[in-house]
Design a protein around this ligand. Structure first.
Ligand SMILES: [Fe+2]
Length: 386
């Protein structure tokens, strides 16, 4: 056995903890903050408590609220220019995956030359960025504890992954109060993104005992809390558990990376601008079905973690139950059972296959995967044929 587990982000968890951000940054000597967010977060009224906290600690700040879904390199580089004009000593991200990924890109490009897309791939960034505090307002992305940011190239519609140890946020504040009023469809999409992270991480070829422990516990926590957070919404305990599970899944996949679901969903996001979590959730059963022969024991463990009674079943039967459990969750959460309903069309199937194969996630998917396999998964997911 040989592995490394590196997770440098300092994490604070607690309802209302985002109200202490000013004092925390002040204690570290920060005086001027660039706050990255989107208009949805601003309109939802999530910023005033953070702004007040910064005011109270005499920290000046500028708000950049122009984050777009499926962040583009243009948007990130625009943010970098705004940051340089303001010249802060630290960055805060408040929002979902798009805001945190954008802030990661902006914070890193403050200290690196050229365009963010110049750094596509693993370990290409030369210098650390500005200190970044990530405050997620959704429970799904895990981006607050990962070493990657996903950037859409608007010329090619390809979602490029930039991966570097310098991209880990310095701090993560997990405040479930910020997630309490999330619309239910966002709760569903982001929660299923977290489940996909956990399942793909747990079954990845580059998993290790530490990341497996994080991932399997995340699967269990999500199984126990996702429906309550969706159907009740205002239940702080299930919201908090989802936020922590999402972080655990993020910490897991930062080590192990992901698999075919993310390879294909990034492609669908880049080409059709489909929300990431929904694309993952819809694809997940089809990829699990494809992967089952490669990792039946792990799939059986996933079934058990999701609450299935597998005691009388063979390993293969138990493994099938993991797929059943995910399909049932998707149905409960009103997630489409095929990607046609998400707006995918197959006119560009060769590009979808080619872009998905370009993802590094294919190489570490548990079952050996070639272009014909990706094509078959996409066509099956389009037709809803398991
Ligand atoms: Fe994801």
């Amino acid at each position: 056995m040989s592995f490394q587990f590196f997770m440098p982000t300092s994490i604070k968890v607690g309802a209302g903890i985002s109200r202490s951000i000013g004092g925390f940054l002040h204690s570290l000597g920060h005086k001027k903050v660039f706050l990255v967010t989107d208009k949805g977060v601003r309109n939802a009224g999530l910023l005033p408590q953070i702004e007040n906290s910064l005011h109270e600690s005499s920290i000046s700040f500028e708000i950049f609220d122009e984050v777009v879904p499926n962040p583009t390199s243009e948007n990130i580089m625009f943010g970098v220019q705004r940051l340089k004009d303001y010249s802060p000593d630290s960055v805060i991200a408040v929002g979902g995956g798009s805001s945190i990924d954008t802030a990661k890109g902006i914070a890193i490009m403050a200290n690196n030359a050229g365009n963010i897309l110049d750094y596509e791939g693993v370990g290409k960034i030369l210098n650390p960025g500005l200190p970044l505090t990530a405050i997620p307002t959704t429970a799904g992305t895990g981006s607050e504890v990962t070493a990657s940011t996903i950037v859409t190239n608007t010329q090619t519609h390809f979602k490029a992954a930039v991966i570097s140890p310098f991209l880990y946020p310095t701090y993560a504040f997990l405040d479930a109060e910020l997630t309490i009023n999330l619309p239910s469809h966002v709760t569903a999409a982001t929660g299923m993104d977290a489940l996909t992270h956990a399942i793909e991480s747990y079954t990845s070829k580059t998993t290790n005992p530490a990341s497996e422990a994080f991932a399997l516990h995340a699967i269990e926590m999500i199984g126990m809390n996702i429906e309550k957070s969706y159907f009740v919404g205002t239940d702080l305990s299930s919201r908090e558990n989802m936020l922590v599970a999402s972080m655990l899944a993020g910490a897991a996949f930062a080590q192990s990376r992901l698999g075919n679901v993310h390879a294909i969903s990034h492609t669908l996001g880049g080409v059709f601008n489909i929300a990431h979590g929904i694309a993952n959730a819809t694809l997940l059963p089809f990829v699990m079905k494809f992967n089952l022969p490669a990792c039946p024991e792990k799939m059986a463990n996933i079934a058990k973690a999701l609450g299935e009674n597998t005691s009388q079943l063979s390993v293969h039967e138990a493994a099938e139950r993991a797929i059943d459990a995910v399909i049932r969750l998707n149905n409960q959460l009103n997630i489409p059972s095929n990607i046609k309903d998400l707006g995918v069309n197959l006119d560009v199937l060769p590009k979808l296959v080619e872009d998905s194969m370009r993802s590094g996630n294919v190489l570490i998917n548990p079952r050996l995967t070639g272009p014909d396999d990706i094509k078959e998964i996409i066509v099956n997911a389009y037709n809803g044929t398991l």
